[in-house]
Structure formats: C-alpha cells, structure tokens
Design a protein around this ligand. Structure first.
Ligand SMILES: [Fe+2]
Length: 177
C-alpha cells in the first residue's frame, strides 16, 4: 500500500499560522488539487525530456527542438506550482513515488515512433488541461486568485501546445492520403 500524502500544515505554519483570508480546510483542498497538477506537470516534463532524447526519423530536428522548448517551460511550471502549494501552507510532493501515485499521465514504454510521440504529447497536454480545469474549480470556489491565475496560465499553455502538436498530425495525414 502506498504512503498517503502528508496533508498536515508545514512546520512554518505551526510556528506562525497563515492569515490570508482563506480558511485552512479550503487551503488544504486547493493544495491537494495542486498536488495532482504538480504530478501531471512533472510527469509530462519527464515524457517530453524522454522524447527530446529519443526521437528519430525525418522530423528529428524540429521535434528535438520543440520538445526542448516544451520541457524547459514545464520545468519552470513545476517550480511555480510546488511553490504555490508551499505558500498555501502545505508540504509539496517531490518524489517519484508521490508523483506516480498522484499523476493521471501514462509514461510510454518501448521506442515510440515520432508520430506516436506527437500523439502521446497531445494526450499528455490534454490530461494536464483536465486536471487544471478541476483544480481551477476548487481554487475559484475559495476565491484564491493567485491559484486561479496560475491555473489560467497553465490552461492556456497546455491547450496551445496541444493545438500546435495536433497540427503536425494533420500535415502527416494529408501527406499519406
Ligand atoms: Fe538537449
């Protein structure tokens, strides 16, 4: 059985309680949604890094460069989401075991083709989009503007990336018609 998440407030909050206008139980609920967002974002980062290293075929150069741009952006987002969880007063997950337990993203076995990688990246960004949308509802209900703002930005980036990567598939479908 996997270890449950540590949902106790951080030691800094025990030393000095948070008084930011959002009750502790609501901050906990938001932090738990952001934990899932963090795990998805980290797992998508790892997927994208894997594809940057292992992509092959005629699309190597553009995909290698696009994946680098994407994983660099995702690494920044991972940090922002974890630090938002901390600002809400809770410890942030930070291990493979916790991320594996929390994420909805599937990592890829074997050696996917370039097209399989593109499809997997689109699915990954759409998965994070759905996780962000459910976290958004939780943050919005508690009027946590800072989390809402962060999640809105993440939604825009994930939907845009899914569109761009999906567009590559339309071109290859036309070529094979
Ligand atoms: Fe590289």
């Amino acid at each position: 059985m996997t270890k449950p998440m540590n949902n106790e407030v951080g030691s800094e909050v025990k030393a000095m309680p948070i008084n930011n206008g959002i009750a502790e139980n609501e901050r906990r609920e938001i932090a738990e949604s952001l934990e899932r967002m963090l795990a998805d974002t980290f797992t998508l980062y790892l997927k994208t890094l894997n594809f940057h290293w292992n992509v092959t075929g005629p699309m190597f150069q553009p995909l290698h460069a696009m994946f680098e741009h994407q994983y660099t952006e995702l690494a920044g987002a991972v940090d922002q989401i974890a630090e938002r969880i901390r600002a809400l007063g809770f410890p942030s997950p930070g291990t493979y075991q916790e991320f594996a337990q929390l994420t909805s993203i599937r990592l890829d076995d074997g050696a996917p083709t370039a097209e399989e990688m593109i499809r997997s990246i689109v699915e990954g960004h759409e998965t994070v989009t759905r996780t962000a949308r459910s976290a958004f509802k939780v943050a919005d209900k508690s009027k946590d503007e800072a989390s809402v703002d962060l999640l809105t930005e993440r939604l825009q980036i994930h939907e845009k990336t899914a569109w761009m990567m999906r567009s590559l598939l339309a071109r290859s479908a036309a070529a094979s018609a």
